[in-house]
Design a protein around this ligand. Sequence first.
Ligand SMILES: C[S@@+](CC[C@H](N)C(=O)[O-])C[C@H]1O[C@@H](n2cnc3c(N)ncnc32)[C@H](O)[C@@H]1O
Length: 209
Amino acid sequence: MTEYQEQTRAAYDGVVELYASLFADRLETRPFARSMIGTFAELVRGTGNPWAADVGCGPGHLTAMLHDLGLDAFGLDLSPAMVAHARRAHPAVRFDEARMEALPVDDGALGGVLAHYSMIHTPPRDLPALLAEQVRVLAPGGLLLVSFFATEGPEPIRFDHKVTPAYSWPADRFAELLAEAGLDTFARLLHDPASERGFLDAHVMARRR
Ligand SMILES: C[S@@+](CC[C@H](N)C(=O)[O-])C[C@H]1O[C@@H](n2cnc3c(N)ncnc32)[C@H](O)[C@@H]1O
């Protein structure tokens, strides 16, 4: 495990209850994100392979949402405390302690991968390898929905996220990295900030070639 992953794990282990109380509402107050996740679930079902991972699932509320939307969804997170919380809160859903960089999934097995603000802590130099790992586990035609904070280009910007340092990305630059990893972006939603930092919220959907 890298130093930033250890730091991220320790940081999220320390804020589980607070985080869950703030964000475990299944996006009732975030209609754009909710609609993209609903569309993602519908399109993944349409591939005929409903097996989907919620990577960096945190308290597990979105994994449960995917499950309720008809996907055979499981969640994973590097924070053991988040995974314990998710298992308690959603006993019908599977949650594993794992890193997004080394998914416990066979090549080409999944119809979908959801990464909802979970790649925000990955240093830019490590993002290509992280995306390559998501491509490895997706079946051809499988879908990735990734949400992150967006800023104007040309380069990502490091900022002091409340839990642990994070990066905002120019949406075009992020799409270029997806393309280089073997994913074709076919839908992007950028909307005014839900956060007081002023970053746009970006939701990008891409299909594995
Ligand atoms: C901002 S939270 C998002 C949680 C959830 N997806 C949501 O939208 O509420 C980021 C989550 O990603 C997890 N995470 C960050 N880096 C990770 C990695 N390399 N592997 C697995 N999980 C990671 C953190 O532990 C944390 O639970």
